[in-house]
Design a protein around this ligand. Structure first.
Ligand code: PLP
Length: 399
């Protein structure tokens, strides 16, 4: 059976060139970058080369890149580190309702510690309002953290404008660019952000490695304490094979950024037109204008997203639900809810994300199979145009 992976926002396969560059750092080049002998020096050199490659992709200086265990740690460090270091100035943080849980749960943690957090609304396209942002600022605001691109609907926020507002008020700005990296151009100097989170496994690098960009001169409180690695800011022996892989993935992403964007945008649009011309009653969640090139989040009306995922899985097609129900709470996507998507449509939403290894043949196969699956599921669905499930009925599974 053909396998069609359409979940590149969840993770990506490690590219062959990335793997090849990583392998020697598991075996013959096993040195610790902190060791003061040849094996350590060669490890340190590899670490520095990776730092330079990562920095180059986002327009940063090498000394502004601090390797972490991934996007989650980078988000935690940025928000907690900034909050703690600015505590004497204020206790108010502004973020949005559609952030990744790595950010939202960190803010919730800080709320328990006495910080106040404003969660900005988004419009139907998933965009925050700059007016609402301005109005939310108080003399206690110390940090604004808004994601560059959303992981579910791909909405790209106006980070440069957000940073300009923050700067007017002397407030720090962080952005979670985990989904944006390698998919749109990023230049930290042009954006004027103070901190930016990235992760390797979304750009054909390994899992468990990421980085936080911290603008030169900015000091935030350390999250991890121990040795003096990462310029005394992030302790722990470096995950050198992972970091080398991240560096290589960034180098490849920088070289092919333009062609990558063109290719996945074309495939995404080809997929969309195939679905729209074959299947009735399909809607798009979010804006097509301010959107990551490979992202498509679709509502297949009258169908339960989870059921559709299972049927797709049986035919080798991998995607994810927009309504990611966790078995414990059974709540629909907080992102779609914040965008005002009705609950029954949120439950009928599927996120498809296209990447470097997707082919036109994959898309043709996916469109054909999805068309059959939708027809089949709708044929025995009690929820059709004339009989849409009551919202109240739908919700009573919530914890
Ligand atoms: N932020 C966003 C927007 C993400 O999509 C993800 C991962 O899905 C993360 C943060 C967390 O990154 P990591 O998996 O590297 O911890």
């Amino acid at each position: 059976m053909r396998e069609v992976y359409l979940d590149y926002a969840a993770t990506t396969p490690v590219k062959q060139e990335v793997l090849e560059e990583m392998l020697p750092y598991f075996t013959e080049m096993y040195g610790n970058p902190s060791s003061l002998y040849t094996k350590g020096f060669e490890a340190k050199e590899a670490l520095m080369q990776a730092r330079s490659r990562v920095a180059s992709l986002i327009g940063a200086k090498e000394r502004e890149i601090f390797f972490t265990s991934g996007g989650t740690e980078a988000d935690n460090w940025a928000v907690i580190g900034a909050a703690k270091s600015r505590k004497s100035k204020g206790n108010h943080i502004i973020t949005s309702k559609i952030e990744h849980h790595a950010l939202l749960h960190t803010c919730e943690f800080l709320e328990k510690e006495g910080y106040e957090v404003t969660y900005l609304d988004v419009d139907k396209d998933g965009l925050i309002s700059l007016e609402q942002l301005k109005n939310a600022i108080t003399d206690k605001t110390i940090l604004i953290s808004i994601m560059m691109a959303n992981n579910e609907v791909g909405t790209i926020q106006p980070i440069k404008e957000i940073a300009a507002i923050a700067k007017e008020h002397g407030i720090l700005v962080h952005t979670d660019a985990v989904q944006a990296l390698g998919n749109i151009p990023i230049d930290v100097k042009d954006l004027c952000v103070d901190m930016l989170s990235i992760s390797a496994h979304k750009i054909y690098g390994p899992k468990g490695v990421g980085a936080l960009y911290i603008r030169r001169g900015l000091v935030i409180t350390n999250l991890l304490h121990g040795g003096a690695q990462e310029y005394r800011k992030r302790s722990g022996t470096e995950n050198l094979p992972g970091i080398v892989g991240f560096g290589k993935a960034c180098e490849l992403a920088e070289k092919s950024l333009e062609s990558h964007i063109k290719k996945i945008t074309e495939l995404r649009d080809y997929f969309l037109s195939g679905i729209m011309s074959n299947i009735p009653d399909v809607e798009i969640n979010g804006s097509m204008e301010h959107r990551l090139p490979g992202n498509l989040n679709l509502v297949f009306n009258y169908i339960e997203g989870e059921a559709m995922l299972l049927y797709m899985d049986l035919r080798g097609i991998y995607a994810s639900t927009g309504s990611a129900c966790s078995s414990a709470s059974f709540t629909p996507s907080h992102v779609l809810q914040a965008m005002g998507v009705p609950i029954e449509k949120a439950y009928s939403s599927i996120r498809f994300t296209i990447g470097d290894f997707t082919t036109k043949e994959d898309i043709d196969y996916a469109v054909k199979e999805i068309t059959e699956i939708v027809e089949k599921l709708r044929s025995f669905s009690p929820f059709d145009k004339d009989h849409v499930m009551e919202t109240s009925q739908k919700c009573n599974c919530q914890a």
